[in-house]
Design a protein around this ligand. Structure first.
Ligand SMILES: Nc1ncnc2c1ncn2[C@@H]1O[C@H](COP(=O)(O)OP(=O)(O)OP(=O)(O)O)[C@@H](O)[C@H]1O
Ligand SMILES: [Mg+2]
Length: 251
């Protein structure tokens, strides 16, 4: 499986989901590759010291000779490998302008290493630009985190429209694996209303697992750890582990 974690709305839990889902899959002994496709490099920084990152996804996408093999590094988590990002990725769009295969770069690079990684997770930036489109073209599945907040559904139409466009030609097999409710606060009636509303729109696509608000999930990246070693007994660890089970069932 190749799962893109995307939603062009910022701060909805894409990175938190990407790092902890990837770590959960690794914990289930799946050799997993986490590709950081966001110039902000938050996934990368959650596991590595960014100053020590030399080659990154930009180099892999621009130079066929580098490819993913030339940039992938082990993470501190067993079975988890990382294709790191750096701010240079922000220049990719300008660099690839006019290239006929611009939308297929990531797919081609993944094809070359796919047999080594049964699970690949891609953390997307909060835009619907070339980077996210590359992720959608390369993926078998899309996972959409939606923050349990008043404007939760804002922008999802544009995302689904982009998915439709990608399906028409570039990647007809792309499946919407599911919608994940994040940062949920069970105590408030507003959050319950929002959950009901999301369920009404997306029906069975909504994962049964809901990620609740948890300070532990916010803290773990600062310690360069996934939730499973940072706070193994926390609600976040249990929820992301249960998400990984649902993800594997839906493949
Ligand atoms: N379940 C949660 N409980 C509490 N805080 C959370 C939770 N999930 C994410 N956060 C925090 O919310 C902020 C935004 O989360 P995250 O970085 O995962 O979102 P994002 O969608 O990747 O953002 P961006 O669009 O900027 O890439 C971060 O500070 C993160 O630690
Ligand atoms: Mg992010």
């Amino acid at each position: 499986m190749i799962v893109a974690i995307a939603n062009q709305k910022g701060g909805v839990g894409k990175t938190t989901t990407a790092i902890n889902l990837a770590a959960a899959l690794a914990l289930r002994r799946q050799k997993t590759l986490l590709i950081d496709l966001d110039p902000q490099a938050n996934s990368t920084m959650s596991f590595l010291d960014i100053r020590k990152v030399e080659k990154n996804v930009f180099d892999a996408m621009v130079d066929d000779q580098v490819g993913l093999r030339g940039i992938v590094v082990p993470s501190p988590v067993e079975n988890l490998w990382l294709a790191p990002a750096r701010i240079a990725l922000a220049k990719l769009e300008a660099k690839l302008v006019g290239e006929l295969d611009a939308h297929f770069r990531l797919k081609d690079r993944i094809d070359a290493v796919r047999s080594e990684f049964p699970a690949i997770v891609i953390d997307c930036p909060p835009t619907l630009g070339l980077l996210t489109v590359n992720a959608l073209v390369a993926s078998t599945h899309l996972l959409v985190p939606i923050q349990s907040s008043y404007f939760a559904l804002e922008g999802t139409d544009d995302l689904l429209e982009t998915v439709e466009k990608v399906r028409t030609r570039a990647n007809p097999g792309l499946e919407i694996m599911g919608v994940l409710i994040t940062m949920h606060d069970k105590r408030t009636s507003l959050a319950r209303d929002i959950r009901a509303q999301i369920q009404k729109v997306f029906g069975p696509k909504v994962f049964k697992t809901v990620i609740t608000k948890s300070v532990r999930l916010e803290e773990s990246p600062a310690y360069k750890e996934s939730i499973f070693t940072f706070a193994p007994d926390s609600s976040g660890a249990a929820e992301y582990y249960s998400l990984s089970e649902e993800v594997m069932e839906r493949v």
